[in-house]
Design a protein around this ligand. Structure first.
Ligand SMILES: [Zn+2]
Length: 385
């Protein structure tokens, strides 16, 4: 089987429209046969209904201590976006590679695939692994089960490099987050009989006020040393949308809203989430006491661990040697890095491209960034030789 260049691999990857709501199996099948054709051992982790799979690949000796190159296969939709050229075909114009996912993050994945094939061909002493997840763009829910499967099918790696777009800068921290969809169920009566009904809208307002009070309490505190590196330097809780009620003179039967929490790494997101759940359950009991039909229901819709800057972290040290970048960097977007860290890997974010181009119409990756990414992989291969 002929070896492909990173650019040829990128062309292939972008040609699969792996929007999160759809299957990624066509991409996984192509990639698996390409890797297997070059002697790289591959394993799949399936989602529950077997419509998607994560791909885990190992090249080099069958020993622990691998450097894991981590990416996600899914991309955000192109619906309603005005693209100059076909989003599923990589087009090079003015030193840029246009296409959905070129920046976030099939550019990095193409480089990672190239590197694991090279590692197998050249024969490295330190193994390289590829971890390609699904469902990253819908709340980072795909990586934790994939990481669990990795512990069983390949020797445990030490370092995880998460290739989200960072302009090839070493990112050692990011915020974590979690979100709840809240459904307050009320009881409809004519509004003139208010005490006999339950207004879901008015009861939801109590929980939203809880969110406001929590923000006030958080912001009254002095930010921690890690938090101080972020903008804003504290955890935020936010209600972005709300829906409820049918008429001015009916107590609302339903009110739905969503609360998302973005947490600095030295704050305790579980404590905020737990306190919110407690408040919701307390309201649930109070409403049910008035009307058994009423109540509060919570559904967690995303959960991303923060990336905590490590003291003398192995991933940071390696990434700094490979890039020469000694600046400290944190970002405000979430990635799978914290989830690798939770599983015992040393982790940093480092990848080609600018997050500003992610998710946009005419998403692109600068050719110079793609080339910088390839030089990074070359140096990584030398280090692992
Ligand atoms: Zn991404």
């Amino acid at each position: 089987m002929t070896k492909l260049t990173p650019r040829q691999i990128l062309d292939q990857l972008v040609s699969f429209p792996t929007v999160s709501r759809d299957s990624n199996l066509a991409l996984v099948e192509w990639l698996e046969s390409y890797l297997a054709g070059h002697g790289v051992r591959c394993f799949r982790h399936w989602n529950e209904d077997r419509t998607k799979a994560a791909l885990i690949a190992h090249s080099g000796p069958w020993v622990p201590g691998a450097v894991v190159l981590s990416g996600h296969s899914d991309v955000v939709p192109v619906d309603g976006q005005d693209w100059t050229s076909d989003p599923w075909t990589v087009v090079e114009r003015d030193g840029r590679l246009y296409g959905r996912g070129t920046c976030d993050m099939k550019g990095f994945v193409a480089l990672a695939v190239w590197a694991v094939v090279e590692a197998q061909a050249r024969g490295v002493a330190r193994p390289l692994q590829l971890a390609l997840s699904y469902d990253e763009e819908v709340g980072c829910t795909g990586a934790p089960p994939m990481i669990e499967t990795m512990q069983q099918v390949v020797p445990k790696g030490d370092i995880a490099l998460i290739g989200e777009p960072s302009g090839m800068k070493v990112i050692t921290g990011h915020k974590g987050g979690t979100g709840y969809a809240v459904h307050v169920k009320g009881y409809e009566v004519h509004s003139s009989l208010l005490p006999e009904g339950v207004s879901a809208v008015m009861e939801a307002a109590r929980l939203i006020q809880w969110v406001n009070d929590r923000n006030d309490a958080i912001q009254a505190r002095t930010p921690g040393a890690v938090g101080a590196r972020f903008h804003p330097p504290f955890t935020t809780l936010h209600v972005g949308r709300i829906q409820g009620g049918t008429a001015d003179n009916i107590t609302a039967a339903d009110c739905r809203f969503a609360v998302e929490m973005r947490c600095v790494p030295d704050d305790d997101i579980a404590a905020h989430a737990g306190a919110f759940r407690d408040a919701a359950m307390e309201l649930d009991r109070a409403l049910k006491a008035r009307r058994p039909e009423a109540g509060v229901r919570l559904d967690k819709f995303f959960d991303v661990s923060p990336l905590r800057p490590e003291a003398d972290g192995a991933a940071e040290a390696l990434a700094r040697v490979l890039t020469g970048d000694n600046a400290t960097g944190v970002v405000s977007y979430g990635t799978e890095a914290g989830q690798f860290q939770d599983a015992g890997y040393s982790a940093v974010v480092i990848g080609p491209g600018d997050i500003a181009q992610a998710h946009q119409a005419d998403e692109y990756l600068e050719v110079s960034q793609f080339e910088a990414g390839q030089r990074f992989m070359e140096r990584l291969l030398e280090r692992c030789a």
